[in-house]
Design a protein around this ligand. Structure first.
Ligand code: SF4
Length: 289
């Protein structure tokens, strides 16, 4: 080993990454890598045993996260990450299950799984990287693409109403709902740590640049330009009513921790209801062996 190599600083989150897979596939200026760095630090802060952590991704640029984290991880089919994760969470209620994917994978193709996992309060943390587009498949419109923004499938500008994801998750009963941009790294790490320590369904939306497809098509500059936009136009409003945090094209952004509520998780609820019906004959469900 050369002296320069020996003295090179090591990445403090290296032990949480599959370094043999680096360099990653993400474009220069893409925000997904920053979110992964925050996630790795949050795992450390939450002091979760790697053996008890499972990361599930769908398909897309954000779906590649499962391939880079050095824990049990599953790169599943398009839109079905939450369906796979539900099976894992129910069979291993003592483990922490994290779904890490993008806005198209989670809220369009997987939208049905997303709303029902939140409604049932399945024990999982969902991290949704929202870059307003399908990156890997070519820059198509998604349910979060702001109105008037251009995509390959909306060359004259998106005219559809869009999802306000924090509001959707709030309405479905998620225990914890937060939104940050990749500019807000410390706050994002704090919210990720909090979500990782909670039971039930927790949801974090992470706004992240996609310079290659979303920004280029909309003439929004590079990754740095988007970070400047996040810095200058974001306002932190913890506890803001989620109905007020919808996003418009290059409009002001409200970020923060919006929802934190008590609710029994799916398994807790099931055990309590069955105990009430069956009495002492009921054996509480504690997962599969
Ligand atoms: Fe990131 Fe967009 Fe490149 Fe995908 S296409 S890696 S989302 S910048």
């Amino acid at each position: 080993m050369s002296e320069a190599t020996a003295n090179a600083p090591t990445n403090p989150v290296e032990n949480l990454l599959r370094m043999e897979r680096i360099p990653h596939i993400w474009c220069p200026g893409c925000g997904i890598g920053t979110s992964v760095n925050c996630f790795a630090r949050a795992i450390e802060k939450a002091a979760i045993d790697f053996d008890d952590l499972h990361v599930v991704s769908g398909i897309g640029c954000s779906g590649r996260v499962a391939g880079y984290v050095a824990v049990d991880s599953f790169h599943t089919t398009h839109g079905r990450a939450i369906a796979f994760a539900t099976g894992l969470a129910l069979s291993r209620p003592k483990s922490k299950v994290v779904v890490y994917s993008g806005d198209g994978d989670l809220s369009a193709i997987g939208g049905n799984h997303l709303i029902h996992a939140a409604r049932r309060n399945i024990d999982m943390t969902v991290i949704c990287v929202n870059n307003f587009t399908y990156g890997m498949t070519g820059g198509q419109v998604t349910p979060t693409t702001p109105q008037t923004a251009k995509a390959t499938t909306t060359p004259y500008g998106n005219w559809e109403d869009t999802f306000n994801l924090p509001n959707l998750m709030d309405a479905c009963g998620a225990r914890f709902v937060a939104r940050w941009t990749v500019y807000h790294v410390r706050k994002l790490i704090r919210s990720m740590t909090k979500a990782l320590k909670m039971n039930g369904f927790t949801f974090i939306e992470v706004l992240a640049p996609c310079p290659t497809l979303y920004q280029r098509r909309n003439k929004l500059g590079d990754g740095v330009a988007m970070m400047r936009y996040y810095k200058e136009r974001s306002t932190i409003k913890n506890g803001a009513p989620t109905a007020d945090v919808g996003l418009g094209f290059q409009d002001d952004i409200i970020v923060g921790e919006f929802v934190e509520r008590e609710r029994p998780s799916f398994t807790e609820n099931y055990n309590a209801r069955m105990k009430a019906v069956l009495g002492d004959a009921f054996v509480p469900y504690e997962g599969t062996k």
